[in-house]
Design a protein around this ligand. Structure first.
Ligand SMILES: Nc1ncnc2c1ncn2[C@@H]1O[C@H](COP(=O)(O)OP(=O)(O)O)[C@@H](O)[C@H]1O
Ligand SMILES: [Mg+2]
Length: 294
């Protein structure tokens, strides 16, 4: 008899025992016979003892991304890590949005302002969002008005990010999210598993998120065909980079007059909302165990 495959779910110290999403995945993996344990990414862990390490709730990497990517490279040198380090690097800097736009995907219009570029940008004068290019959980993300006050606070926030050595990403605020919410399409091994609706997260006038992430209002949703098309096109871009579908991916879409536009392609540490839709956790567990096998 062969031993049960050992799967480590990488998390961060603040959620050392996993969140409801990853607990659902762990339960589904155990039901399929795997030996599953959570493992805090920056703790002492025998990563080599795992057949597979799946990156999950490692949300505290933002202020130390290089340390995190170095960890990923070390783990990938001794066992299989999914998603692999090159995808983690690409996906944790929202500069990838330009790659997706260049590949022909509908992407939220975006301007990237690196330190030294100043605080001026093309979206002053419309309601807009300023966020760091390396961010998670809506931290340091502000929704700012079209008025002079919004413009002043916008430039201040861009310059404050620059002062921390961070690059800013500026986008028009796509206001249809206020009524229709955001759609997250969750994929495993290149197949759509399920979709959820996320309510709007940013308060008008730029309230800041405290803690590890913003509280999200999530419900199951059937994705529209146009949304599935964008999600599949995003997976095609990943396949073009690595030669295979990512183990997991979440494609976040905002509604617009011209159809769904991509806000994020999450390949690093997305919540997959596996506790929301019956059967979703088992579908991802099956994909995980296929990766263990090869
Ligand atoms: N351009 C935008 N228009 C409308 N809402 C936005 C926009 N950018 C961000 N948001 C809101 O802020 C949240 C966080 O932004 P996002 O780009 O997903 O960064 P992250 O999740 O990595 O922090 C989104 O889920 C959405 O509710
Ligand atoms: Mg997001």
């Amino acid at each position: 008899m062969t031993a049960a495959p050992v799967v480590l779910l990488a998390t961060c110290a603040e959620v050392a025992d996993l969140d409801a999403d990853s607990r659902a995945l762990a339960d589904a993996l155990r039901a399929r016979g795997a030996d599953v344990r959570p493992a805090v990414w920056d703790a002492e862990v025998d990563w080599a003892a795992a057949d597979l390490v799946v990156v999950r709730s490692t949300w505290d990497y933002v202020p130390r991304r290089e340390e995190y990517l170095a960890w990923a490279a070390r783990v990938a040198a001794v066992t299989r890590l999914e998603n692999p380090p090159d995808l983690l690097r690409w996906s944790t800097d929202k500069a990838y949005l330009e790659d997706l736009r260049a590949a022909g995907l509908p992407v939220v219009p975006s301007a990237v302002l690196a330190p030294g570029d100043g605080g001026d940008h093309p979206f002053l004068g419309v309601e807009h969002v300023v966020k760091p290019t390396v961010s998670a959980g809506s931290k340091d993300t502000l929704r700012l008005g079209a008025d002079a006050e919004g413009a002043r606070r916008s430039a201040d926030h861009v310059l404050a990010l620059h002062a921390e050595g961070r690059t800013a990403l500026v986008q028009p605020y796509l206001a249809a999210v206020d009524d229709d919410g955001e759609t997250a399409v969750v994929c495993a091994d290149g197949e759509v598993v399920h979709a959820v609706r996320k309510g709007p997260l940013l308060e008008r006038g730029g309230g800041r998120v405290e803690g590890l992430f913003a509280e999200e209002n999530i419900s199951a949703r059937t994705a529209a065909e146009a949304e599935l098309e964008v999600a599949r096109a995003a997976l095609d871009v990943v396949r073009g980079r690595t030669g295979r579908a990512p183990l997991y991916a979440r494609v976040d879409l905002l509604p617009s007059e011209d159809g769904p536009v991509l806000l994020e392609l999450e390949l690093a540490e997305p919540s997959l909302f596996l506790d929301v839709t019956p059967g979703a956790a088992d579908a991802v567990a099956a994909a995980v165990l296929r990766r263990v096998a090869g």
